[in-house]
Ligand binder design. Structure first.
Ligand SMILES: Cc1cc2nc3c(=O)[nH]c(=O)nc-3n(C[C@H](O)[C@H](O)[C@H](O)COP(=O)(O)OP(=O)(O)OC[C@H]3O[C@@H](n4cnc5c(N)ncnc54)[C@H](O)[C@@H]3O)c2cc1C
Length: 627
């Protein structure tokens, strides 16, 4: 079908967690009246929404991001609520800033649900093909994206040029993906799936600087082969809170809930690993790229924490549709004979049958200083990148970037100004800012410690922070908007009650909420309000957090206001940093490489200090650019 041209407004390449969210965001905007057409091109449509590693969503800081994606009309929260088999709040006994929801999902049901949701959107056309080439053209002195060329087993799409005003690339771990297991190497982005070969070369030819990273996954075991009942149980919450504001509370959780088991590595297992390090691709030099330090392989843990004789391993059921169990804690690329002996050295796993061996995968990524905080590349107008391709790791990080790139791709296609989220608005904003101001030395994942305003960026108030913005961007449906309006009224009502009521011991409630250990559940008791019956779910948590930490929150808002004018002050596109007098050459080099869009971004670049910012502001003023 060479020579055939098809047209969309936006093309999303990749049906992983970033791509699904980007296409979904465009469909939301289409339904809000923009009438956009979105082509979602992915290697295998049956694998859309596949969870490459652990089928878990959320967790520390990641749970906050899923709530943010949901507040912006996203699909990850919906799919998680529909398919979760164990829900838990992490850090439940600690402060609200670091409390995070997490769910173990049914791997098969999750992917199916993502596919169902995407197929339910009229604006989205799903195409099974590989994108091998990106077409661009020169326009007004800039390079502008024109579309992509497909390679497909489906004759209707093979060789077709798909034109679009915006293209979102979300290729995950697939660009020149190479899997390692002992000395065996297989090309592919994920077990059982081939690599994307052409796209790396195409990006390089366009002038992009690529890097290479690595990640890994543990073996999966057959549950029936384990001493399941003899192991310690790790269960979920009895009455969990859903991720999505849209989830019908009465019918939640939807799927039957399961519990996990806990085992551990042993001294014998560690000795085995030490004896076989010369066969571990990470130590033989076979794997050259860097993996996540925060999520090390078991061989890495044994070397780095040599004084530890044991590490926890969580055995997590993957699905109601299979008896596979995920071994959380022993990601490895050791040869299979070593993996087998390692598994058998863990209590309760002595006779374990391994149904899939662990492996590591190396893949190409685009160094993220080449995008700006909208997700658009600085080199090619209309070309957006999101997810693992930007050097991040994790479904939630991918989803957050997918929303940002999706919104902006749609806006670019419609000729509207691009939008960003600030560090003070969302973890997603923190991530985008980090990506465009720092050089990743390992796969980037979100931590609460990355956010300076984490008392404001809580899981419970994501809708309050972002749904109005999402509505303005065309992402939020009428139904979701109505829920926010109801929530606002309830927040006000409960706040008035707290101000005027006394608790059982006669103290004013407004004072009691500040007592250490006084929680939202105590508020429910003292106000005689049953969540989900007399008051909307989540309202008491927010009122409690806002009251209990009022002083700190007020101070954080004051600090944000103090810095806001400088933070968002724009640096003109194309500003020549190299010609600024009075800057050290290292500073000039960094400014020229990252090309920050705002003074806030410039101030966070490595090697840029407050004096440099003053010099930059003076230079901008002299050139008539300071706002
Ligand atoms: C072995 C392994 C272990 C992992 N371990 C961890 C971990 O420990 N912790 C963690 O947080 N994350 C881990 N991850 C990463 C996690 O899976 C990703 O962060 C997440 O899936 C990224 O989402 P994404 O949308 O960017 O990419 P993916 O989910 O990888 O999706 C990419 C999509 O793009 C499609 N695609 C690629 N190239 C093309 C092309 N040229 N044309 C058309 N379609 C294309 C693919 O078919 C796929 O659908 C692991 C991944 C793997 C493979």
């Amino acid at each position: 079908m060479s020579g055939v041209v098809r047209e969309f407004d936006v093309v999303v390449v990749g049906g992983g967690h970033a791509g699904a969210e980007a296409a979904w965001a465009c469909a939301n905007i289409a339904d809000a009246g923009a009438g956009l057409r979105v082509g979602l091109v992915t290697l295998d449509p049956e694998k859309i929404g596949a969870m490459s590693c652990n089928p878990a969503v959320g967790g520390l800081a990641k749970g906050q991001m899923v709530r943010e994606v949901d507040a912006l009309g996203g699909l990850m929260g919906l799919a998680t609520d529909a398919t979760g088999i164990m829900f838990k709040t992490l850090n439940a006994t600690r402060g609200p800033a670091v409390r995070s929801p997490r769910a173990q999902c049914d791997r098969h049901a999750y992917a199916r649900e993502v596919q169902r949701l995407l197929r339910s959107r009229e604006a989205i056309t799903i195409i099974g093909a590989s994108v091998e080439r990106i077409c661009t053209e020169a326009r007004g002195g800039r390079r502008v994206v024109r579309g992509v060329v497909l390679k497909s087993v489906d004759a209707a799409w093979d060789g077709v040029e798909v034109r679009a005003r915006a293209v979102v690339l979300t290729t995950g771990t697939f660009m020149r993906g190479l899997m390692h297991r002992g000395d065996a190497q297989t090309e592919g982005g994920r077990e059982g799936e081939g690599p994307a070969r052409g796209i790396s070369g195409a990006l390089r030819e366009m002038g992009f600087e690529l890097g290479r990273l690595k990640t890994g996954t543990p073996p999966r075991l057959r549950r029936g082969s384990l001493d399941w009942d003899g192991l310690d149980e790790d269960g979920g919450e009895v009455a969990p809170t859903p991720f999505s504001e849209m989830t019908e509370r009465g019918a939640f959780p939807v799927l039957e809930q399961v519990s996990c088991r806990v085992t551990r590595t042993t001294e014998a297992g560690h000795a085995l690993i030490r004896e076989n390090l010369h066969r571990a691709p990470m130590y033989t030099g076979q794997i050259e790229s860097v993996g996540p330090r925060y999520c090390p392989s078991i061989e890495d843990k044994v070397v780095r924490f040599a004084d530890r004789s044991s590490h926890h391993v969580f055995l997590e059921p993957e699905s109601h549709e299979s008896d596979w169990v995920y071994c959380n804690g022993i990601a490895t690329s050791l040869p299979v004979d070593v993996q087998e002996r390692l598994v058998h050295s863990m209590p309760g796993c002595e006779r374990a049958e391994v149904v899939q061996w662990g492996y590591a995968v190396e893949y190409d990524m685009v160094r993220p200083h080449q995008i700006d905080a909208t997700g658009m590349t600085k080199l090619v107008d209309g070309l957006f990148l999101a997810g693992q391709i930007n050097g991040t790791s994790g479904y939630e990080e991918a989803a957050g970037q997918g929303v940002v790139a999706g919104v902006n791709a749609a806006r670019w296609a419609m000729g509207e100004a691009l939008v960003t989220l600030g560090r003070e608005q969302a973890y997603i904003g923190v991530m985008m800012d980090d990506l465009v101001t720092k050089t990743p030395v390992e796969p980037y994942r979100m931590f609460t410690s990355r956010a300076e305003h984490r008392l404001i960026l809580r899981a419970d108030n994501a809708a309050d922070r972002l749904t109005e913005l999402g509505r303005a961007w065309g992402l939020v449906s009428d139904a979701r908007w109505a829920l926010l309006e109801r929530r606002r009224a309830e927040l006000e009502r409960v706040d008035v009650l707290v101000e005027s009521a006394r608790c059982a011991d006669g103290a004013w409630l407004r004072d009691a909420v500040r007592r250490p250990g006084y929680e939202a559940a105590d508020l429910a008791r003292d106000l005689a309000l049953r969540p989900g019956v007399d008051v909307m779910w989540g309202v008491l948590e927010t009122v409690h957090a806002e009251r209990a930490y009022e002083g700190y929150i007020r101070r954080q808002h004051a600090e944000i206001r103090r810095h806001s004018s400088m933070e968002r002050r724009a640096i003109p596109d194309g500003f020549d940093f190299a010609r600024i007098e009075g800057l050290r050459s290292e500073t000039k080099r960094n400014l020229s490489r990252f090309r920050p869009a705002t003074i806030g971004q410039a101030s966070r670049l490595e090697g840029v200090n407050p004096t440099d910012i003053t010099v930059l502001l003076v230079a901008m003023q002299r050139s008539g650019a300071a706002g």
